[in-house]
Design a binder for this molecule. Structure first.
Ligand code: ATP
Length: 272
């Protein structure tokens, strides 16, 4: 088993007042060698598959991974690359879109709670309840007092999940304005990516400072020991994949799931 350097790299400090402008988006400044990083990532991905197999077999613990990012921040490709080859039966991925009328008829955490992983499962949220203090705040979809009260409600909810056996990791994929421009441009230029382009993404790009402020507050107010935030430099996908895999594998090593003990004496069993 390989040693992973700095296991809790990119984890926000407890009580840290976050200013994303002061946190680098450039993974390439943090790692000297891309091919070395890719080799380590592949080894970690293999280890992740082994741990997931045990987590599923053990059927006791739960792992929730929350992914948040600005548009084109790489949530989809993180899921595709990091979980490549993992047994799909043991991973439940939920993408949270604009709430339906049925979802809006309930409290904002109703649809979230319904999607958290059960025993033996890894749950991945592509967007999450944090949208309710991000887009909802920036677009003024509810009165200020309503979204402001949500930080505490989110902390209480995540505390409840943690206390009832869910390990929580929250990743903010941190890209620069320049990198977002390139990725959105690629959606215009590359016919295979045209389908991803939405005019609404340009509107949100105009609101970058407002989103920045909303992210800073969400990361500051909802960074708890039970549900820590990691800000992942995500301009270089190869670094992002490595950083997230390191944290995932380190967490699973710590959870240390084991295949269940066998109660039968298997040596006495003959299959005719
Ligand atoms: P990509 O990030 O790959 O471009 P996407 O995540 O934007 O894809 P879409 O279906 O285009 O996928 O977007 C989902 C939309 O739903 C986002 O604009 C997001 O802000 C919005 N959304 C999610 N949760 C909420 C919420 N609670 N209230 C209002 N809007 C929400």
């Amino acid at each position: 088993m390989r040693d992973i350097p700095k296991p809790y790299e990119h984890r926000l400090q407890p009580g840290q007042v976050v200013n994303l402008d002061q946190i680098t988006t450039r993974g390439k400044d943090l790692h000297p060698d891309r091919s070395e990083a890719e080799a380590e990532f592949k080894a970690l991905r293999k280890e992740l598959r082994e741990w997931q197999y045990k987590l599923y077999a053990e059927d006791k613990q739960k792992l929730l991974i929350v992914l948040q990012a600005m548009d084109a921040g790489g949530k989809d490709s993180t899921i595709r690359r990091v979980f490549q080859g993992v047994n799909p039966q043991g991973v439940q991925i939920t993408s949270f879109k604009v709430p339906s009328s049925k979802e809006r008829a309930h409290d904002f955490l109703w649809r979230i709670h319904n999607a958290v992983p059960g025993k033996g499962m890894i749950g991945v949220f592509n967007r999450s309840h944090y949208e309710d203090v991000l887009v909802v705040r920036v677009d003024e979809l509810v009165p200020t007092a309503v979204w402001q009260a949500r930080y505490e409600l989110i902390n209480d909810f995540e505390k409840m999940l943690a206390q009832t056996g869910t390990r929580i990791l929250k990743f903010c994929l941190h890209i620069s304005l320049g990198e977002q421009k390139e990725r959105l441009q690629a959606r215009l230029d590359d016919p295979t990516k045209n389908w991803k382009f939405e005019l609404g993404d340009l509107e949100k790009r105009q609101q970058w400072p407002q989103y920045r402020a909303a992210y800073n507050d969400a990361l500051t107010y909802c960074n708890t020991p039970n549900a820590p935030w990691y800000v992942i430099p995500a301009d270089q996908k190869w670094y992002r994949n490595l950083a997230i895999s390191r944290i995932l594998v380190q967490t699973l090593r710590d959870m240390n799931p084991q295949t269940p003990p066998v109660s039968l004496d298997l040596s006495q069993i003959t299959i005719e």
